[in-house]
Design a protein around this ligand. Structure first.
Ligand code: ADP
Ligand code: MG
Length: 238
């Protein structure tokens, strides 16, 4: 059996400052390779904390986090950041684009620290932009794009390194609902073995965080958080 893409067991997260807050409590979650999962819940439920822990941006107070079978608690910060840059891609509510750079260069920066030569970086960036439907905007500056287009560029930057897992925290939060629906459909389509990726070897897993249940409905599996606990999980369809 191949390892799950992501596996949390008994995860607790307590923030100590300025006052103790238990953000996650007893979270067990297994996400299989190629799944498309939405994590929902009200503001403050612990969604962003969960995404940070799944993405190894933060360590849990207790419990274990496995990424592609590797127990991350044993890893040094340097090894952890290698796992992160090799296996994980991130998309946020804000796009974090470099406004004065071209769309192509914004995406190519996603490969800067992977030792990919410049010509290959641009080739792969063009391929990622094709996957998000932005071939026609390659030469634009990021600052010239609409909100939905900017988020597509951010998604292309996140997938250009062909991560096993794509993590998105409220990716539609800055967009109107019709534009947001297009972004979520794109994220759902990127998941799984049939996503048309250049390298079909390993399926892409997508975990999307949203407070909006309409947005969540586009993903095949929904997990609901309340007060730091998973209170509902539609499970992985087999
Ligand atoms: P959500 O994304 O569902 O709105 P968060 O995961 O951001 O929820 O936050 C969960 C709880 O943890 C909240 O009560 C929040 O105030 C607290 N929290 C989140 N991040 C921090 C932090 N860095 N330091 C202290 N408390 C935090
Ligand atoms: Mg949040």
């Amino acid at each position: 059996m191949t390892a799950a893409a992501l596996e949390l067991s008994g995860v607790h997260k307590v923030y100590r400052h300025p006052v103790p807050v238990t953000a996650l409590t007893g979270v067990d979650l297994v996400v299989g390779a190629g799944e498309a999962v939405a994590v929902t819940g009200a503001s403050g439920a612990g969604k962003s904390t969960l995404l940070s822990i799944l993405g190894t941006l933060e360590r849990p107070t207790s419990g274990t986090v496995r990424v592609a079978g590797t127990d991350t608690s044993a890893l040094s910060d340097a090894r952890l950041s290698a796992v992160r840059s090799g296996s994980l891609g991130f998309v946020f509510q804000r796009f974090f684009l470099l406004e004065h750079l071209s769309v192509l260069d914004n995406v190519a920066t996603g490969l800067l620290y992977r030792g990919v030569p410049a010509a290959a970086r641009r080739e792969r960036a063009a391929e990622a932009l094709r996957q998000v439907g932005l071939t026609g905007r390659i030469g634009h500056r990021a600052g010239q794009l609409s909100g939905g287009e900017r988020q597509r560029v951010a998604i292309a930057r996140a997938i250009v390194g062909r991560p096993a897992v794509l993590l998105a925290d409220e990716p539609t939060g800055s967009l109107d609902s019709a534009t947001g629906a297009g972004i979520v459909d794109l994220l759902a389509a990127l998941a799984g073995p049939l996503s048309g990726r250049a390298d079909p070897g390993a399926p892409t897993t997508v975990v999307l965080i949203t407070h909006d249940t309409a947005v969540a409905a586009a993903m095949r599996r929904q997990v609901r958080l309340h007060d730091g606990r998973i209170v509902e999980d539609t499970g992985s369809p087999s």
